[in-house]
Unconditional design. Structure first.
Ligand code: GUN
Length: 283
């Protein structure tokens, strides 16, 4: 093994501690705690676990976590009405509607209904546009967490070749935007990419966000590359990422483990985004 392990769990713990300290100052000055509303529709077990851990982390950071649970068959209009109420509530700084939503609900209609200035998930098209044009806004938590780990590991990213595998609105596209803003040369690969191994071979930075267990092979990597594995795949052998982790340890310069890499960063950045929203709204 030659690769360094990128300890996202430790980095996230440090970020959460810094957020908690700033929350304490905010509470002193504003006379209220930052408020994060989390909306869960239906009873998907994985979503319920995520929502519970977001709630716990929110409270642990000294913020107010307000959870709204709606039945799986809730009419779309009732969900939109709840979003409207949260948009208008001065005690709420951040609104997160847990995805995926039941199939009768139009996810775009819901994410677009959230006030962009309370959109701590960064999914609203206004925030996607702000990111793409270099304006201040909210950046999706997982890619921003990946960027923090990359900068902590590598320092200045300028001029590096980066390959993002996956083109989702939640991870791949915002990740590419963030890396462009850091002056990387960015390639976005996806399911139709021809000869993915040779595309990956050029990369100083590989961000894998495809949701296919161990799809990225160690022999595709450029020796010394920094590998960020966003995948969390449940397999009979347990949780595995999108990268052949054991193989990558012998080739990469640094790699995130699964679990304990990118995963813990998502919630830590969500708390950071909520605090920033509260600070902006008070000023
Ligand atoms: N489902 C999986 N990840 C996320 C996330 O970061 N935000 C929301 N709202 N839903 C998700």
């Amino acid at each position: 093994m030659t690769a360094a392990l990128i300890d996202g769990k430790a980095f996230a713990a440090g970020l959460r501690e810094r957020v908690a300290q700033r929350v304490a100052r905010f509470v002193e000055q504003a006379g209220r705690a930052p408020g994060l509303a989390v909306v869960l529709v239906g009873d998907d077990p994985a979503s319920a676990v995520y929502v519970r851990s977001k709630g716990k982390a929110t409270t642990a950071a000294g913020m107010a976590g307000i959870e709204h649970r709606l039945p799986a068959d809730v009419p779309q209009q009732a969900l939109l009405d709840l979003v409207d109420a949260l948009n208008a509530d001065p005690a709420i700084d951040g609104i997160l509607v847990q995805l995926p939503l039941p199939s009768h609900i139009d996810e775009q209609a819901v994410t677009t209904r959230i006030d962009p200035d309370k959109d701590v998930d960064g999914f609203h098209p206004v925030n996607a546009g702000r990111l793409a044009t270099g304006l201040e806004g909210f950046v999706p938590c997982t890619p921003l967490g990946c960027l923090m780990l990359l900068k902590d590991q590598l320092g200045d990213l300028s001029g590096l070749d980066a390959v993002v595998i996956g083109r989702s609105n939640i991870v791949g596209k915002p990740m590419a935007q963030l890396l462009i803003a850091e002056s990387c040369t960015v390639t976005v690969a996806h399911s139709r990419t021809r000869d993915l191994p040779s595309v990956v071979k050029r990369a100083d930075i590989v961000v894998a966000a495809v949701g296919r267990p161990q799809m990225v092979k160690a022999e595709w990597l450029k020796p010394g590359a920094t590998v960020i594995d966003v995948g969390i795949n449940r397999t009979p052998e347990g949780l595995v990422g999108d990268v052949d982790f054991a193989g990558a340890l012998d080739v990469a310069g640094a790699v995130t483990p699964v679990p304990g890499g990118v995963g813990p960063m998502t919630i830590a950045v969500l708390l950071r985004n909520t605090l920033i929203s509260a600070e902006r709204r008070e000023n």
